[in-house]
Design a protein around this ligand. Structure first.
Ligand SMILES: *[C@@H]1O[C@H](CO)[C@@H](O)[C@H](O)[C@H]1NC(C)=O
Length: 419
């Protein structure tokens, strides 16, 4: 090799290494694997921005396509049969519930005479990405259906940029009401006493919001008996909770990405992002936020000391009064279920809440667990010290993490014993 070629190789290797390298906390096991996943996602995002800049496509849509491309490439490299993703006995039907596309998973054991559990699942992806029919999500739903003798209904609610809040929420609510109707429960031989609503990330947000609405809606006779929330997003007023600060640069969900997802979902201008990062939208002089409302998301009183660490609340005095006026979704309990009053929470189903230490959304989940408990609801709060956002879905080689597999097992065990 000539000196020039050697130099180019060294520089290229250094550039790739630099691009891939992300400093990670010591507690993260298999850090290089997480860096590779992160680099893959960042590449998809950069390609999407480039296409958007060239005027070819909306960046979120091409990001979605790039991610799906990445996933199917990985899948082609790995024979999916060998990893046991397909469970032959589970029957799959792609149909609609109240006009909303859903995928129904029916367990192998026949329904005749004996009733099965029922689960409604909302997938994650920042209200803009993902699908319950793909990848780990689909595999987990098959597993739950098979192992827990459960009819799982995964909802393909509409996404940004095609729709904005409240449409994804309303899609999920309509599908849930249809699911809970006596005719559907009878059709699928589902026990009306054993129904769970579940979701991860943005799907956890939708599951919490739908659980609240169903709980207080007197026209719905059969209710969910359990809610299972996997690192849910529950509020958008404080982007300086200890977890948002501690994990602001953590893959795969850095703080600016989560804030961007919220802005998109709520139909706000993306140029507001720097204001939101410094909590300018929730300034103390903002007359739109009552002290009662503020207390419902006040991490200084709702979090155990262990999680507060040495962080200080970020409350600006003046900020911008305009943002909440222009974007009412920020204060809407259907978007931010952590705002619900104790009278609503008291009616909510028993909860399983999974949180991860290295996740901007950790404190959203922990605060909700505490508020539900204070309202008298029984809560299992499962916290993963080595967990990071998305780890629940990283269960298959080559992107399998021990913490992901352990948390999935614990979730299934909990449902086995509590649903
Ligand atoms: C936040 O609001 C203050 C006014 O209270 C303003 O001076 C500041 O520039 C704003 N910060 C950002 C990042 O926009």
């Amino acid at each position: 090799m000539g000196v020039k070629a050697l130099l180019v190789t060294v520089l290229l290797t250094a550039a790739v290494g630099y691009y891939m390298y992300t400093p990670l906390p010591d507690a993260i096991q298999e850090p290089w694997k997480l860096m590779m996943v992160d680099a893959g996602i960042r590449t998809a995002m950069h390609l999407a921005s480039l296409k958007h800049w060239l005027g070819l496509d909306h960046s979120m849509m091409s990001f979605r396509q790039s991610l799906e491309g990445l996933e199917s490439t990985v899948k082609r490299l790995v024979s999916s049969e060998s990893s046991g993703r397909v469970i032959p006995g589970v029957k799959i039907s792609d149909i609609t519930f109240a006009g909303i596309p859903v995928r129904v998973y029916e367990p192998p054991a026949g329904g005749e005479g004996h009733l099965r559990r029922g689960m409604m699942y909302f997938h994650g992806g920042g209200w803009a990405l993902g699908s319950g029919k793909k990848g780990a999500q689909d595999a987990v739903n098959r597993m739950v259906s098979d192992e827990l003798n459960t009819v799982v209904v995964s909802v393909e609610y509409r996404l940004y940029p095609e729709v904005l809040f409240p449409v994804p929420y309303l899609d999920c609510l309509a599908a849930a009401k249809h699911f809970l109707s006596p005719a559907i429960l009878a059709k699928y031989s589902i026990d009306p006493e054993r129904l769970v609503v579940a979701g991860d990330s943005a799907g956890g947000n939708l599951a919490a919001a739908v659980a609240q609405e169903i709980s207080v809606d007197e026209s719905v006779a059969v209710k969910f008996s359990v809610q299972a929330l996997i690192y849910p997003a529950l509020q958008a007023l404080d982007f300086n909770t200890p977890s948002f600060l501690q994990n602001q640069h953590m893959p795969i969900l850095p703080r600016h990405t989560m804030v961007q997802f919220w802005l998109q979902y709520l139909g706000a201008d993306l140029s507001l992002l720097p204001q939101l990062i410094v909590n300018n939208h929730s300034a103390s002089q903002n007359s739109g936020i009552t002290s009662e409302l503020r207390s419902r998301i006040d991490w200084t009183t709702l979090l155990p000391q262990k999680f507060k660490k040495n962080y200080k609340p970020v409350v600006v005095e003046k900020g911008s009064q305009e943002i909440l006026k222009k974007v009412p979704g920020f204060l809407d309990v259907r978007a931010a279920p952590l705002f619900a009053g104790p009278e609503v929470l008291a009616k909510c189903p028993r909860a399983y809440i999974l949180t991860c230490e290295f996740d901007v959304l950790r404190d959203d989940g922990l605060m909700y667990a505490r508020r539900l408990q204070d309202a008298g609801v029984s809560v299992t709060s499962e916290h993963y010290e080595e967990g990071f956002h998305g780890s629940f879905s990283f269960i298959f080689w080559p992107v399998d993490f021990d913490v992901g597999k352990r948390s999935l097992r614990a979730y299934i065990n909990w449902l086995q014993n509590n649903l």
